[in-house]
Ligand binder design. Structure first.
Ligand code: GAP
Length: 517
């Protein structure tokens, strides 16, 4: 299936099956804002739990925090967000559409990459096993020409962005003859900087309200609480503070569904270390974080690292973990070695010492920080897009059928088991309820008696429920039920007394954690 089609189907599926709804839909929606439905919220909570367990529960030296969204406005001056949390925007004078100038250039570069990929595919089809991809990439004249274009434009873009050269940024757009993707017009305004922070007022205007910001990242709440946590928890370096929470950014172009939103959630951890040891810790966290993603069991080749060649002025190492979404490889998580920049800035702006006293060496120092920062909504999208399958099935009568199945990692699945009485009478519903009443303390269960059993199986497949339990007339005599596995569709007859153990073996969060630790 073409990736565009897959993405459209996935978006429609998430709405039809109660995962994600466009926000304020009955008022025609609000651009790039989404609500999580009855299954979406369960999956989201399970992802949070997996992250929290992996970061806090599994590490004696990492503790949690839940800081407020509203913070003193000077925090954002100290962090650099007031002065520099900007994106370069450009408007098309004809279509009146607004774009991120760097995105337009990156999309243009991606077209050259797509040409290279297409040539490789053609070569592969033509020569089969005899095809040598590396040699082809190094020698084919078309590939070399396109690669040279990529290198040239990327170098210009990087230079323009690092030096904040907005005139050059516009010149790249003109030189590359980039047109508005909607109207085809090349009639552009100049490039301007646009600050991404949302502002609001604290206090009533009569009292002299003050301007504050909705936090654009959760990290600063951790930095400003560094000393509170260190002292009250008697934490010794190295130690970490983890936080999950909402962040807000007035993105110029918010799109690709929940990939880029104006209100989203982050799961961030700041790890405070002794200066000089930060790059070792950086490697440690880089490896541990990709293990966390891969533990979910989605195809491994969908993950890759992307090294930042252009480092922010405060960082001395940075990598992204990228995931292959239906619209290509994109950032899922950022891992940054942020030196002592943030604590030093807050020390200067607040006038409060933010140091660590090392009783062993008798020295005081500002710790260095390694940050891991992953988008909860992007992780959600990675799980759903990696789990969505349309399968052709052969029926017993030889006809074919299709099923849509969400192969969500069982530990993260919103509903762990559905209990289905074969018919709505003869005491079968009562037996089903009895089983749910026993299992509901450990697992999220769902009762369903509507429609044929086949349709009910399909509904649970589409929701991603790992197990369906069917109650039939024999159940009343032998206390056995049929348990059906979502992925293999294999059905087995088992004793009701064994159900809790069987389900737990499959859906326990421990299964994911044990792949990492
Ligand atoms: N404290 C570092 C920080 O905020 P970032 O790369 O700007 O770094 C971290 O954001 C992660 O937050 C990203 O890797 C992404 O997963 C998520 N994220 C950022 N902007 C987002 C948006 N507009 N919508 C959804 N997720 C976003």
């Amino acid at each position: 299936m073409a990736q565009d089609d897959l993405f459209k189907k996935l978006i429609a599926h998430t709405k039809e099956y109660g995962y994600i709804f466009p926000s304020s839909e009955i008022y025609d929606g609000l651009s790039a804002v989404y609500d999580y439905g009855q299954y979406g919220v369960e999956l989201k909570n399970n992802i949070k739990q997996f992250w929290w367990d992996a970061m806090v529960k599994m590490h004696e030296n990492i503790v949690g925090l839940d800081s407020a969204i509203f913070m003193h406005p000077d925090i954002w001056k100290a962090s650099g967000h007031v002065g520099a949390f900007n994106d370069p925007l450009i408007d098309n004078k004809d279509s009146k559409k607004r774009y991120r100038a760097d995105d337009l250039v990156e999309e243009h570069i991606a077209k050259y990459q797509a040409k290279i990929d297409k040539d490789v595919e053609k070569g592969q089809n033509k020569f089969g096993d005899a095809f040598n991809k590396e040699q082809f990439l190094a020698t084919n004249p078309n590939v070399l020409r396109n690669q040279e274009k990529i290198n040239e434009i990327t170098a210009r873009l990087t230079k323009a962005l690092t030096s904040d050269d907005l005139v050059e940024l516009k010149q790249i757009i003109i030189d590359c003859e980039i047109a508005d993707p909607i109207s085809g017009s090349k009639n552009w305004t100049d490039v301007r900087q646009f600050n991404l922070m949302f502002e609001t007022l604290l206090g009533s205007t009569a009292d002299g309200a003050s301007k504050i910001y909705l936090r654009p990242e959760t990290a600063q709440g951790i930095f400003v609480n560094y000393l509170n946590v260190q002292k009250s928890g008697r934490m010794k370096i190295p130690f970490g503070i983890a936080q999950i929470g909402k962040a807000f950014r007035n993105e110029i172009v918010a799109r690709q569904f929940i990939f880029r939103m104006r209100e989203f959630e982050q799961m961030e951890m700041q790890f405070f270390v002794k200066p000089g040891t930060e790059l070792e810790w950086f490697e440690h966290w880089k490896n541990l974080r990709i293990k966390w993603h891969k533990a979910m069991g989605l195809p491994e080749e969908k993950y890759r690292f992307h090294k930042h060649d252009k480092l922010a002025h405060y960082a001395n190492a940075a990598f992204d973990i990228e995931f292959e979404f239906p619209f290509g490889f994109k950032e899922l998580e950022g891992i940054h070695s942020r030196t002592d920049f943030d604590l030093k800035q807050h020390q200067e702006f607040s006038g409060k010492k933010l140091q660590f006293f090392d009783p062993e060496s008798g020295e005081s120092f500002i710790p260095y920080v390694v940050e891991t920062s992953v988008g909860l909504d992007r992780t959600f999208l990675s799980v759903l897009s990696g789990a969505y399958y349309e399968e052709e099935l052969k029926k017993e009568n030889g006809e074919s059928d299709t099923r849509v199945v969400l192969r969500i990692p069982p530990a993260l699945a919103p509903i762990k088991l559905a209990v289905l009485p074969l018919i709505k009478k003869d005491g079968l519903p009562e037996k089903a309820r009895e089983i749910i009443d026993e299992l509901k303390f450990d697992f999220t269960c769902q009762y369903d008696e509507k429609d044929s059993i086949g349709r009910r199986y399909r509904r649970q497949d589409a929701i991603g429920t790992p197990y369906c339990i069917t109650i039939d007339h024999d159940t009343l005599k032998d206390n056995m039920v049929t348990i059906r596995d979502r992925d293999t569709m294999v059905q087995e007859r088992v004793l009701i007394t064994n159900l809790a153990h069987i389900v737990d073996e499959k859906v326990n969060m421990k299964n994911l954690l044990k792949k990492i630790f």
